[in-house]
Write a protein that binds this ligand. Structure first.
Ligand SMILES: [Zn+2]
Ligand SMILES: [Zn+2]
Length: 145
């Protein structure tokens, strides 16, 4: 992707949305962002620069981005929804100790369903969530022992 901010701006305009400074701020925050932030993370980061921005505004911008396309929602963490500006097919791994989410790029493009299920269902996409412990947490735990 060349420029995420331009890309999202064009998509919003095409969908008939106004381009507000808050929307640009969210696009800019997500540009190349691999940290899979939550709406709370984005709100906390942006309120320093935009003291008038509200959590609801950030949340609504994310919902519009989901509707228009250009972001994906991760439901890897039961407590909070995370957002990813990378909408290409990739998977995720969550560290259950520190909550870090890392991208998992795998060459798998399709998964075959067992015969009985594929007779009733045609999959168009899939998403794998891995759960475990990141290397940093693993090292920390080893030191504490
Ligand atoms: Zn960790
Ligand atoms: Zn990702």
């Amino acid at each position: 992707m060349k420029n995420y901010v331009d890309f999202m701006t064009a998509r919003f305009k095409a969908a008939g949305y106004k381009i507000t400074p808050q929307r640009i701020a969210v696009f800019r925050f997500l540009d190349g962002n691999k940290s899979h932030p939550t709406a709370e993370d984005i709100f906390a980061a942006l309120r320093r620069e935009y003291p008038n921005i509200s959590y609801t505004t950030v949340y609504n911008i994310l919902k519009s981005m989901l509707r228009i396309g250009g972001i994906q929602e991760l439901v890897i963490d039961r407590e909070r929804i995370h957002y990813d500006p990378n909408t290409s097919l990739h998977h995720h791994a969550l560290c259950i100790k520190c909550g870090k989410i890392i991208d998992v790029i795998m060459p798998v493009k399709t998964l075959k369903l067992p015969g009985k299920i594929s007779a009733q269902f045609i999959p168009t996409s899939f998403q794998i969530y891995f759960y475990g412990k990141c290397r940093d947490c693993e090292i920390k735990d080893a030191k504490e022992k």
